[in-house]
Design a protein around this ligand. Structure first.
Ligand SMILES: Cc1cc2nc3c(=O)[nH]c(=O)nc-3n(C[C@H](O)[C@H](O)[C@H](O)COP(=O)(O)OP(=O)(O)OC[C@H]3O[C@@H](n4cnc5c(N)ncnc54)[C@H](O)[C@@H]3O)c2cc1C
Length: 262
């Protein structure tokens, strides 16, 4: 079974996010890391590969679109146990919106021809929670999102999908696209051996030309949206700071009573 996992290099959570006023894009020049929920997708792929036991045939490929330094984040997933990386990186891809991003990733995934394509549910920088739908549509593959439990049997994938009111159980034939929820598993910590071995694993960095994608399909020219303006959120209304001198709980109750909330 070949599993492709789409993973994103995102600005580190500890770094304050900044929008570049010139390009109106998120400044991605600082420290970055693997998008947190993508580690759940990698973990699930590793479990499936190791449980299906199809030996040399079983492979977990990480597929990403991002700057060259994204390799550092992808190595974390390699250290967890993924087999290799396919990073699409090209200056002409900078500024790709959802439409362009989904087109470039779909092209890379077509080349891989995986049985199962896994995504995280949401990227922590843009928070779209939508890319998997666009990619599945481009690949004309069935999609199950928000999956909290996943099983593979008889050439099909079954996903227990978390909803507001409970769960849907959805079955789709392979090949399929699945976006996992962070409740699906607990990602493993890379072992020292895994960390040491990660650098030696295959890491292909492909340009748009390598993927035979015309530059017009990427970056700003391949995008269908444009950020026109950005502004700070409006200032908050009246705020009151309560000092806890040991009577903090009473003060909160008084405040809520004053607002007729209790
Ligand atoms: C005008 C405009 C310009 C933009 N310019 C840039 C830019 O220069 N650089 C940039 O990074 N983003 C840019 N973006 C954001 C980019 O469009 C989104 O990152 C992309 O559409 C994915 O959406 P998301 O980040 O909300 O991911 P979500 O839909 O929240 O992500 C869901 C899952 O998709 C996968 N995923 C998301 N992104 C990637 C990726 N790049 N590679 C592999 N897997 C992925 C992960 O598994 C993730 O968990 C731009 C957006 C706009 C509107």
């Amino acid at each position: 079974m070949k599993i492709a996992v789409c993973v994103k290099h995102v600005p580190d959570a500890a770094v304050t996010k900044r929008i570049d006023p010139g390009t109106k894009r998120l400044d991605r020049s600082g420290e970055g890391s693997l998008n947190p929920v993508d580690a759940n997708a990698v973990e699930e792929a590793l479990r499936i590969r190791d449980a299906t036991g199809d030996g040399a045939e079983g492979e977990v490929v990480l597929v990403s679109l991002g700057p060259e330094k994204a390799i550092d984040s992808l190595r974390k997933a390699l250290a967890m146990g993924a087999d290799r990386v396919l990073l699409v990186s090209d200056p002409d891809a900078a500024g790709s919106d959802l439409v362009a991003t989904s087109s470039l990733l779909a092209k890379a995934l077509e080349r891989e021809g995986a049985d199962l394509v896994l995504f995280g549910q949401q990227a922590s920088d843009s928070d779209g929670a939508v890319l998997w739908a666009a990619v599945a549509e481009r690949l004309r593959l069935p999609l199950i999102s928000q999956v909290a439990e996943l099983t593979l049997e008889g050439g099909a994938v079954t996903g227990k999908r978390q909803t507001e009111f409970g769960y849907d159980v959805i079955r789709a034939p392979l090949p399929a696209v699945v976006a996992v929820a962070d409740s699906i598993n607990e990602p493993r910590y890379p072992s020292l051996k895994g960390i040491m071995g990660a650098k030696r694993k295959q890491q292909d960095v492909l340009s748009l030309a390598d993927l035979e994608i015309e530059a017009e399909r990427a970056g700003a020219s391949g995008s269908r949206t444009e950020v026109l303006a950005l502004s700070d959120p409006p200032p908050r209304g009246e705020t009151r700071k309560l000092e806890d001198d040991g009577t903090g709980a009473e003060k909160i109750v008084e405040f809520l009573a004053e607002k007729r909330l209790v």
